[in-house]
Design a protein around this ligand. Sequence first.
Ligand code: ARG
Length: 256
Amino acid sequence: MISKFIYKANIMKKLALIALVASVVCGCAKDDSDTLKMITEATFPPYEFMRGQEIVGIDVEICRAVARKLDRKFQCETVNFDSVIPAVISGKADVAAAGITVTEDRRKNVDFSDPYVKTGIVVIFKKADPYTGPDCLKGRRIGVQGGTTSEAYVLEELKQEPERSTSPAESVAGLKSGRCDFVIADVDPARNCVKGEDDLAISDFITSEEYAVAIRKGRPDLLKAINDTIAECKADGRLQKWIEQYTAEADSQKDK
Ligand code: ARG
């Protein structure tokens, strides 16, 4: 387990180095390119998920609104969650929006917009083996999406190794098949995952978190455009409309 902590510290150091080199080499942030590139990880309904070949969701709408404000075209790409923040650090993408929780560790490497959602992580459990509090997780096999705050919770709070997957749904499949005993995930994808699963349930929040858009450090104009967009979408009801619309769409995908 100690080697895992060292591994994590090494990754943090590498990210910090990439951030430093990128800010020196590409001090010329591409604020003048004609396309705003968003990077995400699209297995996270209702924030980002697939509608056929298309990436859709609340985060996509927010970033598309930023592109419109900047009068730029818009592109969105999905990668593993581990690669989302590195993509803005290296300049491969302009904005990272993937239900990304603001954390002090991440703040060392990227700038965060103002938060747009208050949320947290929950435990998904089998009703036959209910979650009764953090102690019941000790020594059990806990599924998480790699690179997330749920993974950090298992490593840092429970001081044990999680069972990593590449999506909340894959973790929940592991819970159903017996590969793990509990799953920890963000509340909204967790709700989507347990929809229609009568033998599963979710706990109350075990953390309190906020989502924000992440960008490479040192792009004040882009940061302001994102913050202005978020404020406008909150004030004029668009954000609330997207939350309702995409929650309903993601839930209805489960009925199919
Ligand atoms: N909020 C959690 C975090 O920032 C999980 C985000 C996972 N997002 C995703 N699109 N898969 O670590």
